[in-house]
Ligand binder design. Sequence first.
Ligand SMILES: *[C@@H]1O[C@H](CO)[C@@H](O)[C@H](O)[C@H]1NC(C)=O
Ligand SMILES: *[C@@H]1O[C@H](CO)[C@@H](O)[C@H](O)[C@H]1NC(C)=O
Ligand SMILES: *[C@@H]1O[C@H](CO)[C@@H](O)[C@H](O)[C@H]1NC(C)=O
Ligand SMILES: *[C@@H]1O[C@H](CO)[C@@H](O)[C@H](O)[C@H]1NC(C)=O
Ligand SMILES: *[C@@H]1O[C@H](CO)[C@@H](O)[C@H](O)[C@H]1NC(C)=O
Length: 800
Amino acid sequence: MIMPADLEDMIRRRYRSLFLLFFMLCSLSSQVISAVSARATLRASSSTNSSVVDSDLAALVAMKAALIDYKGILQSWNTSRGSACGGGWVGVKCEAGRIIAIHLPSKGLGGQLAAEIGQLSYLRQLSVHTNAITGAIPVSISSLRNLRGLYLFHNLLTGSIPASLSPVLQALDLSNNHLSGAIPTSLSTSALLRRINLSYNNLSSTIPSTFSSLARLQALLLSHNQLVGAVPDFSQLANLQTLDLSQNLLKGSFPALQQSSAGASQTGAIVHSSATSSSKELFPSLFTLNLSHNALTGKLPSQIGELSSLLQLDLSNNKFSGAIPPQLANITELSSLDISHNNFTGSLPSSLSSLGNLTHFNCSFNSLTGKVPKLRHTFLASAFVGNKGLCGFSPASLCALPPAPSPETGAANSSGEAAAASTGEKKKKLSALSIVFVVIGIVIVLFLLMCLCSLLFICCCRRSGESMAKAGFTGEKPGQAGGGKGEGAKREGDAPGGKLVHFEGSLGFLADDLLCATAEVVGKSTYGTVYKATLEDGNQVAVKRLREGIVKSQRDFEVEVTAVGAIRHPNLLALRSYYWGPKDEKLLIFDFMQGGSLAAFVHARGPETPLTWQMRMNIAIGAAKGLVYLHEEQKMIHGNLTSSNILIDAHQNAKLSDFGLSRLMTQAANSNVIATAGALGYRAPELTKLRKATTKSDVYSFGIVLLELLTGKAPGEGPSSGPTEGTTMDLPDWVASIVKQEWTQEVFDIELMKGRAPGDEELINTLQLAMNCVTLAPLERPEMSEVLQQLEQIKPDLKQ
Ligand SMILES: *[C@@H]1O[C@H](CO)[C@@H](O)[C@H](O)[C@H]1NC(C)=O
Ligand SMILES: *[C@@H]1O[C@H](CO)[C@@H](O)[C@H](O)[C@H]1NC(C)=O
Ligand SMILES: *[C@@H]1O[C@H](CO)[C@@H](O)[C@H](O)[C@H]1NC(C)=O
Ligand SMILES: *[C@@H]1O[C@H](CO)[C@@H](O)[C@H](O)[C@H]1NC(C)=O
Ligand SMILES: *[C@@H]1O[C@H](CO)[C@@H](O)[C@H](O)[C@H]1NC(C)=O
């Protein structure tokens, strides 16, 4: 795989001509300068004739006065240290007594540029970049008629750009300042300009269309401004190599790609331009085109394929729509293509697979559909995500059954025919023949696949059928398993019997994989039974089979489950897929958590497994983070937080499960859950009356979990030891009663007290926080964010 370094190299090669030219120019002028200044020095020593003309000297003195010289760099600008042109003055170059260059980059200069600069009428280069110069660019700079390079970038300049600049200006870099106002259209009178960098300012005009007359322009960099309007037609700029208009407010369509000489024929535009392209190339030198982060709309023209020298194309974060033209693949050297965050539709053209240098590609967040073609390099799934209909780019995004060949090949045909029309009829015949072959091929492959599938299916179901039936995973009694399976297999074979939908990060199994998986019951919750299922490839998933009759209608369910499936947070158990079976079985598929539930971990852990204070606090903080995210980012109430719903991953981090599930259920089912949670001792007391969970009732439940972690006792279970042994009591009540009797130490889990001084502040403070969470009055309970903050204060070393 080619790394960014290669890309850089490629660009460098492309840039070489530009660099070489600049280098030659610079070295030439510096040779002239050094030769001249050497001569000047010689002359100064022999005669007094060499002194700088008075007006230039006065200008330099004024310039020094206006600048703030924090580092004392300009101390050498002092008449008692020899003449300005004698070679003693830092950064000053002269020729025949005239200042021709001022070169003071990165000298820690503040202050302003004096208007007297305008008197240096022989000045060819002004370079004071990378300082902290404030104020406006003096308008008098316009009168420097010999200026070739103006480098003021990386300063704090404000105000606007002078209306016109030297007619012989070749490089203008004012980037990284605070310039505002318009880009003057009259800049185009500097007809020799090769490079314009105005990026990272606050310029707010349109891009002057007059720039299209800058025939020598090689780089136009206007990114990170507030530029508005449309992108002018720059197709005249035969020398343009880099065009960066990103991060502006540009509107309108993709820049015009028609030769203005191509005439007015609006109708056969495609045919017309492909005819002209043979005679004259469009943008023959353009290798970087960045239009990202604007508001450009419309389709990409098929002529984009004629930008044949392009290496980097970034169209991301716009509003482009329509299909991606297959002609894009005519840009054979393209190495970076980003079209993410647009509204492109249709499929990715299969022609993209011919782009051998494409090492960076991103089409995420569009409306693309179909199967991703085989690309030369592999890309992370994040390069494709956010397209509802796109599949085949990762193991998690397998395409459903045969990748719907009919519409795709149909589209390919029509575009193929359009191309064939211009080239001749020979191709047409060929493609007709090949279509016949392809169709025959598809039929045969399909037939073979079907045979293979049914064979595999029978095998796999026979092997795991018994365990499946035992687990009740498919909802059938063991006795019926055989008959039921046969029926199911048929359905899966002919038509999709059920609907399996994957969300981000899913393992991308097929429905058969799931239904044939070995499964064992790992828990039962209010919404249904939870299984651990081991897929064919050895991966494990947690499957929650929802109880019958508690779920909303299929349509409402799908809306809600899609919203829940989009929630991602390190402390929330991600919903990866769901399955709605032909007999209305509803399965939710989650990541399988190796550590089981917190309830099992705290209460049913073997003696050899330690549960240290560190681990308990880490779990508490993780769970709190998950809840804060739900409350504040998702505006969602958990409503059913118990230690059974807090799962522990392989690294002992907490992940909340069951959040958002109430949205999938009917009202009646949810009331039922609240009642059950109450029975388990996690229900806030106000819920008996209100029946509506709130963030504060979540805080109550969290407080109970915190008490569980501190005491090692399960709520509702009743204390098994201690002063009130034998009675059953609410966990908070029990804790309160002990604290009241000043036996506070008795509250804590014995394991926690090992090697710990009585009255340990961390334990006491956490206990106090837990008791605040379970106060009877909801309004007196803290918000989850405050709870999290306090936990992090108690154990700051755990803060990640
Ligand atoms: C010029 O230099 C002399 C001696 O180096 C110094 O005394 C004088 O203050 C300087 N003048 C200015 C304007 O910096
Ligand atoms: C243009 O200016 C920006 C900001 O100063 C800088 O990062 C970029 O390298 C410049 N580009 C060129 C080609 O000079
Ligand atoms: C940019 O200019 C606009 C007015 O055109 C002004 O409101 C805004 O504050 C400026 N932003 C910065 C960062 O200077
Ligand atoms: C994307 O395009 C589709 C159809 O052209 C349109 O319905 C949808 O509103 C567009 N979405 C955005 C975000 O522009
Ligand atoms: C693709 O773009 C998206 C959105 O800008 C970004 O989050 C993701 O990391 C990118 N992926 C790759 C592989 O560049």
